[in-house]
Design a protein around this ligand. Sequence first.
Ligand SMILES: Nc1ncnc2c1ncn2[C@@H]1O[C@H](COP(=O)(O)OP(=O)(O)OP(=O)(O)O)[C@@H](O)[C@H]1O
Length: 869
Amino acid sequence: MSEAAAPDPRVWNSGGEPAPADTAEPVALTALQLLRHLDSGPRGLTDTEAERRLARHGQNVLPAARPVSLYRRVLHSLRDPFTAVLLCLGLVSVVVAAWGTGSVILSLVAVSCLLRSSGEHRADRAMAALRESVVSTATVLRRPDHDGPVTGPREIPAAELVPGDIVRLGPGDLVPADVRLLRASGLRVHEAALTGESAPVAKYPLDAPDGTDIGPFARPHVCSMGSSVAYGSATGVVVATGARTCLAAAHRTTRRRRDSAFDQAVHGISWTLIRFMLITPPLVLMAGATLHGRGLETLPFAVAVAVGLTPEMLPVVVTTVLARGAARLARTHKVIVKRLPALHDLGAVDVLCLDKTGTLTQDRPVVARAVDAEGRDDPAVLRWAGVNAWWTLQLAELPTPDALDEAILDATGEEEPLGWDGVAALPYDPVRRLATAVVRGPGRLGTHTLVAKGAVENVLERCALDDAERERLLAMAAREADTGARLLAVALAERPARRRAYTPADERGLAFLGFVVLRDALAPTAAEALGSLAEHGVAVRILTGDHPGTAAHTCRELGLAPGRVLTATDIDRLDDDALAEAARSTTVFARCAPEHKARVVGALRAGGHVTGFLGDGANDVPALLAADVGICPKGAVDVVRETADVVLAEKDLAAVDHAITAGRFSSAGIATYLRITLSSNLGNVIAMLAAALLLPFLPMLPAQVLVQNLCFDAAQLAFAFDRPASGALRRPARLRPRGFLRSLTGFGLLNATADVATFAVLLLTTRSATDAQDVFHAGWFTENLLTQALVMIVLSGIRSAGAGRASSPVRCAAGALAAIGVLLPLSPLGPMLAMAPLPPLFYLLLAAVLAVYTVALRAEKLRFDRRHA
Ligand SMILES: Nc1ncnc2c1ncn2[C@@H]1O[C@H](COP(=O)(O)OP(=O)(O)OP(=O)(O)O)[C@@H](O)[C@H]1O
């Protein structure tokens, strides 16, 4: 194809720019005209042509999905609330000509921005590399050059699609670009990410659409990038890719999530501190003016005290701890965390929702027998189930057999049900829990036979039966299910042949035929993993589409008491509050459609639980989005992998248990860092304010406060490389801002008391010195750094609830901090920072203060551990 004849890039630009006036609106083209317009055909593009189009149109990725440059990242990090406040304080210092304070604060901002952005950049690159291993693919028809034979559909990375490509869509596929439908079979797509509509929407081909502008996402014959196939299948032609899709034009992303538990915690802590930081300078100024008649000259000190409260390294430590935890998890257990904060949320999970099939069982069902309405073996029931499975798959645009269909086809042992021709199919749909094939028998041209198979309740309610007989059959099925069997009901109906399309409304008045009974063995690691999750304080909820009896039996076999099982009908009867209450004590929820799973997850979250959800089917997407952490196996359908936060190599509960433990280690690392930093900072600020009120001179000069801050910040980086304490954490680790900040008060007050005691020692030992102020400053500097080193050593074992010692990076950093604290005032730098050497008696008395402080700190730590055990 010549460049001139290349498809008009605006061909589907319906999200924004109007179509050019001199061309027909492509929306209104017939399918054939559109194929011609795109210079494509039903057999797809040639490989060479596809390559040329890829070079011309670029990769099929949304602009937002492109990597962020380091430069943009630095700019972005200035938007962090701490950095913004520091920046303001630095600028205020410059405005009042406090050059020293201003330049130290601004360099602090620069260093923390650089460290944070380079850390995030590295973490993102590592995450991108991990994500590549779970890249989305598309099923495309391409033909070799020079009219060679068609090679059949093949999988290519979705990013390589070009306009004119012919794609096939099946259940669970992400719609990889904007696609005009050419053929479809029972297709319904989820468009929640585009339109907010949670129910799946029917899509079907229109040969000659009327071109009325009904909005980019409302056209029934077009599937937009960002939607996903709920069920059914289709073949279509790609009309727009990447930045030219309606999704890109509408400036939306495919997923919008609420703040996770982690984001909420960090925001909560940050904003409380920022409020303190903002009220500190006016307080110091007012106190200085009232008590000592000081004016604006106190401002640099006031600013330095506010800076002293900031955990500047928070973003750096958080990013590094989470990125290292995620990398370790990928290396050791092949678990990929796609969103870093999800690692913390994993550690906080206290309820894990699972589906049954494939998680507790192997999802390798085998047919045990087929029985008629009286419970007698009847091979005809299996044969009809085979006809249904064969033709629903054959008539799908993209056949995606599930394990039940495969088991039935294996059991019938026939390549093709002889003599039966497929007429139409209503593919399996998890809401109707039914699949129907319409077939024509040998020599029966005037008759169509509807063969329905599906969940017992759903098939029986479509059968022409009196209530007593229906009840009898339901009870018979329940007895089988109570033995752990999975059941499919099969029913038939004969109808006069017709050309009109079949719809679910035709699945009425069926004649019940019998049940196919299947068995699915337990997953080998499930029982052990359930035990381990229970030991780690994680409650499990089973949300399954299967029969309540089958689900309860499976749980019992795995040692999980099922209690009273709630079904979808029960869930529908409960309002949100009642469901939240019921979800606290119910373990098994059966016959769940996708929205029931999402409602139960939502109810658990509303009840204050941090909830994880493990699923792999397209019907699990709403629940994955509703959960704090969505988990799926690598083999899950595209839309699930795209939606989930955590991807496992296999659907293995043991891997989830490992991931939860890894999340707890990371959260514990961050909490330890915050606890140590904030309690020291809080203690220092309280003591500094007290001293500023009582002393006739400033207790520390602004430059001294800032140098001390810099040293402490640098030492804090060691927490990013802290090794997790040995022994898994036994409880969910969630950062709760209020409780967390409250828990600091004890440590903060102890620190302030040690400071004030030193203050007394200093007054005692330096009263007669000629350079009393410089000696005082040096003494306090030394004591501050020594107490901070002590806090690092004593409190870093806190994460393991009593056990464990500070890891070596933390011990080295604490040692360096202590050395600087003692040596700096004695070094040539001392006089430059207005510090003078201290008398030996001071060191002696300081040692006594520190000894008492250590004992008190250990006692408070024990009390803390006991309270949190
Ligand atoms: N291909 C199919 N054809 C007909 N009926 C089916 C088919 N697949 C599943 N069903 C019926 O629908 C029910 C629900 O299936 P669904 O896939 O929602 O859940 P599940 O696989 O049973 O359990 P889980 O939710 O634990 O994975 C099944 O128990 C079965 O009765």
